[in-house]
Design a protein around this ligand. Sequence first.
Ligand code: ZN
Ligand code: ZN
Length: 329
Amino acid sequence: MRAMILEAPGEPLRAAEVPIPEPDPDQILIRIHACAVCRTDLHVVGGELPDPKLPLIPGHQIVGTVEGVGGRVERFAPGDRVGVPWLGYTDGTCRYCRTGRENLCDDARFTGYQIDGGYAEYASADHRFCFPLPEGYRDLQAAPLLCAGLIGYRSLRMTSDAERLGFYGFGDSAHIIIQVALHQGRKVFAFTRDGDEERQSFARELGAAWAGGSSQLPPEELDAAIIFAPVGALVPVALRAVAKGGVVVCAGIHMSDIPSFPYESLWGERAVRSVANLTRRDGEEFLTLAPQVPVRTQATPFPLEEANEALKAVREGKIRGAAVLVVDG
Ligand SMILES: [Zn+2]
Ligand SMILES: [Zn+2]
């Protein structure tokens, strides 16, 4: 099969012919239609996340059709359409797994990081961590739901019932989660790089009450903020924009260092927290909610062989919505 493989962090992906994976008893073999590109892929390929499997096929927002099933698989049959997310395996026995926090599992393994992912024609995945996908979404539109949507949704949940929400960074995740937030009756204030008029108008088109540069203060105090950009300097900035009791949620798996800030910025029971990975429950909830909103994703397609170009476009913030590799389109 054709695949884009990472041989060493920091190097571009290389197009290669590799064997089609053999599913083990708990796995399904999937013929891939589309795989959305996530910012985390940049951190895997760039070496910011330690010890990836090597060589590695990146990609953890996979949409495809079941082609074969292992001996213990009963949930899926050949022909079913499935989605594969970032969480690829948990042990089910550690204290996190036993307390509904499998996203923190000590022995978790992740798709497109420790397990080969979706920048290829086929992938095998543990069926217990795959999702049936809602009908009404084409493959291209469904792929970004699987991480940008899912982990964005978990981040939104961490803001509990905050009414006035700030989004720092307005990429794949924010363009989905703003739709959910508005559906829930909240108000969204969008922050982009200073001077990024294009992205600010994209946020307004999607219903943001206000959009501006991240060095600006919003016209109203925020009840919570979600930082989607991997920029630690935004943490004190967002803290200054949130009201007493507000939370700043860091949604990314990697962030540059957070500069020091006066305690006054945190005072008043403000909180800072990160969001790590996802649970299968997050996935089931979000994939049920998405068609009810209904969430519409904007996707820019790239052929599989142009994965490096897609990653570059995501890094440079050139994509409106999500970049998606289309494998058999
Ligand atoms: Zn565990
Ligand atoms: Zn992701």
